[in-house]
Structure formats: C-alpha cells, structure tokens
Write a protein that binds this ligand. Structure first.
Ligand code: GUN
Ligand code: ZN
Length: 438
C-alpha cells in the first residue's frame, strides 16, 4: 500500500537483469531485458514494460534513459582507498612499490584530517565512475577506518572495510602489534559492523607483514566474529611467494600460512591469487573462498596473468576489482576491459554479459552481498548505474554499427570512462544526494 512518505520513480532504458549466472549458461540468454523499472523507497519494486509499470505506480515520475544501459551499480571488491593519491606511480614491482610509494603515503594517514580528505575524494571519484559498493583496505590507523566509514555513511553507499594489520616488514610508524591489531579491530567491529550499509572486514595486509602471532590473533578474532569478511593478498608476484616461503618455512605453500592461522574461509577474500599451485587452487575451491581478480593492477605492477578460465573451471568464487592504487584506474569499465584483454591472453574470451556480471553480481557474490545488491530484481536495493552507450565520438561511431544489444554495449566496456556514466543511484537517490541525516 502506498503511504504519504513513499518515494517512487520509474526509470526507462535497457534494464539489464541477470536471470542466471552467464558462466553457467549461454551468456546472451542469461539476461532478461526490461523496458523500465520502479524504485520505491530505495528498493527495486518491479521491472517490466513501461505501460504495466505506469499502471502499477501511476503517480511515480518517469525518468527517461531511453537507449542507455541500466545496470546494477558496480561493485569493486578490492581497493585501497588510502592509495588514491599515489595511483599511477611509475617503475616498480610489488615490494619496491610498497616501500617507495605506498608506505610513505599510508604514513600520512596518522593525520585524521588527511584520512577524511582522501576518503571523500576516493568515494566521490568512484561514484562518478558508477561504483556504488566498495570493499577497501584502510591503513593501520584505526582513525583511517572511522574516516572511511563516516564518508561512506554520509553518501549512503554500501561499504566494507577494515584496518590494515601489520607488525613487521613495514615502517615502524605503520606497525601495530599482535595484541593491538586484535584489540583495535575488535573495537572497530563493535563500532561499525552492521551499522547502516557498512560492514567490517578483518584485514591482515599479507603474510610478509604479519608475524605468526598476529595472524593467529586475527584468526581468533575472525572465529569470534564469523559474520565479518576477511581480506588479504595471496600469490601476487613470484618474489612475494618466495619471501613467504622464507618467512614461514613450515608452511606447505602461501595459502597454507593463512589456513594454519584460521584465516581461510568462505567469507575470505584473496586479492590477486595469480600464481596458485594445484593444491592451493583445490583448497580454495573446497573452502568456497573468493579470488579477487585485479586485472589493471596485475598488468601495471607486472604481477602476471590471472587465468580466469581455469579458475572458473575449478568452480572458484570470483570477484572483480580495481585494486586502486596498485590498479591504474578507478573505473570498473576500464577494469572489465582489462579483464577482457587478460582473458584473451589466457585463452578465455569473456562475453560482455560475463564482464558485466563479474563487475556486479559476481562481486556481490564474492562479498556475500548478493541477496541485497548486484542484480536488478524486485526486493533488491536500488543501487544503479546508467550508461550512455555513445558517450564519446569514437564510441558513438562504433555503436551506430551495432547489430544487437551486446555489440552496442561492448564498445562502452572497452573504451568507456566516467563520461559514459549518465546517472548513478544509491538506494534510489541520485549519487550526491545522500539520505537525510537525523
Ligand atoms: N600486497 C600487499 N599490500 C599490497 C598493496 O597495497 N597492493 C597490492 N597490489 N598488493 C599488495
Ligand atoms: Zn590490494
């Protein structure tokens, strides 16, 4: 029943609704196309043809995006918001890049005012690129988490994040201890986990920067807070893997380090996961953990080629991410393009439906949020991005030759940027119009 406070709106366009996982069926039949959708009080109330929806919601204003693609808002499953100001830093591989660019920048987050400024800059940039949910590493300073969640809450966006824990092999100013990492993370869970659209992610940076004691403390924390996600990095570069073998000589392999300390589970998110042994791949698949594919980062830092076809064949849960600022873009369109290119280099030709699924429903599934976001269907949260499919002269010139909807969409995936983002909705509201605060 409609009440006086109900807010309704109809949006028209090519509304993309995944009926099935496009990796489990013929990709072009995995999608149901609708002419319009109804937003009611921040949720998707209905999809269908315009006449039917108009009869259903006769007083709702109609916003026309005819010819545009209406997708679920993009979901970036692995980012480092504190690296916003060092994106595109030249000439280093992972370990040098951390030492030369990343750690000095993260040290600046000792100043909460810096954290507040960068959190705002990061979230405004990602929203402008159509991303409505992010899962972010913060720095080791608890205040960097407060700054990020406060900025996300003010914009109404869904955000998962955690304090990055490290107690060795990093500058002393960034190091915590096993105990303080545990206690600070626990206090942040109490403060933020489940508040509004925010959730806490237990965040050991990666095995080389945590002692065995710290990994054990965080494994115990996760056991006590099983609804939290846990995020870290895994097997990104050969030098890193060799370092882990030196630091943890008793471990069978890199993944075994996490497994030993209770840091392997279905709610675990493992960034990169490029150079896996068959044992690691089998263990990840058996656990139901998520591998987060970061294609622009994997090229930019020279890490290697994530073999998505092989990993899909193993039944892995896979999310897609920019990995800002190891990744070279804030855009999930650019990230889909990079995933396509790396697919080509590893023998898997990804269909546009599969690329869009990875950036929406796939990442939602990786983050265990697929009951709320990632698909346009009644009952889901109305996080949406509207894409202009002819946003630049070059794209328009290709678009005009398209014979079907997928040919119309693919040039925007490959060449689109924030100019293609015509409208972004966060719980139904235009981005930049946050919920009223009490
Ligand atoms: N491994 C450990 N820390 C990082 C980081 O900040 N970025 C990337 N790409 N890999 C990492
Ligand atoms: Zn990362």
């Amino acid at each position: 029943m409609t009440t006086a406070t109900t807010q309704q709106e109809i949006l028209t366009g090519h509304v993309l609704s995944f009926a099935e996982d496009p990796f489990g069926t013929a990709p072009d039949t995995s999608v149901t196309w609708h002419e319009a959708l109804v937003i009611r009080d921040g949720m998707i109330a209905a999809t269908g043809d315009l006449d039917t929806l108009r009869r259903m919601a006769p007083t709702a204003p109609v916003t026309r995006h005819d010819g545009c693609l209406i997708c679920p808002g993009f979901i970036d499953a692995h980012v480092h918001y504190p690296q916003t100001a060092i994106i595109a830093s030249w000439g280093a591989r992972l370990i040098d890049w951390l030492d030369r660019y990343t750690f000095p920048e993260e040290m600046r987050f000792a100043d909460p005012a810096h954290a507040t400024a960068i959190a705002a800059r990061y979230l405004d940039l990602t929203l402008a690129h159509g991303t409505t949910t992010v899962c972010s590493f913060c720095t080791s300073h608890p205040a960097s988490v407060d700054a990020f969640f406060t900025a996300a809450q003010a914009r109404g966006v869904r955000a998962a994040a955690g304090k990055t824990c490290m107690d060795r092999n990093a500058p002393p100013a960034l190091c915590d201890t096993a105990q303080s990492a545990h206690d600070d993370s626990a206090a942040l869970i109490a403060r933020w986990h489940g508040v509004d659209r925010l959730s806490y992610v237990i965040t050991p940076r990666f095995a080389p920067t945590s002692s065995a004691d710290q990994l054990a403390a965080l494994g115990a924390l996760w056991a006590n807070h099983p609804t939290c996600l846990m995020q870290t990095h895994l097997s990104e570069q050969p030098e890193e893997i060799a370092w882990v073998a030196e630091l943890f000589p008793k471990a069978r392999d890199y993944l075994d380090v996490y497994d030993t300390f209770g840091l392997l589970g279905a709610r675990g998110l493992y960034g990169h996961a490029i150079h896996l042994t068959p044992r690691e791949a089998a263990r990840l698949a058996e656990t139901g953990a998520a591998l987060i594919h970061c294609p622009t980062s994997n090229s930019f830092i020279g890490s290697g080629l994530f073999d998505i076809g092989r990993r899909l064949g193993e039944g892995q849960r896979i999310g897609l991410a920019t990995d800002t600022g190891g990744g070279s873009s804030f855009s999930m369109l650019r990230t889909m393009a990079a995933a396509y290119e790396i697919g080509q280099l590893t023998g898997t030709v990804l269909h546009p439906a599969q690329l869009l699924w990875l950036a929406t429903a796939g990442s939602a599934r990786a983050l265990h949020m697929d009951d709320r976001i990632g698909t346009i269907a009644p009952g889901m949260e109305a996080d949406l991005v509207v894409l202009d499919l002819a946003s630049t002269p070059a794209i328009a010139g290709r678009h005009v030759r398209a014979d079907d909807i997928w040919e119309a969409v693919f040039p925007t995936i490959m060449m689109g940027d924030d100019r293609a983002i015509r409208d972004v909705r966060v719980m139904g509201r235009p981005a930049g119009h946050p919920p009223d605060t009490p």
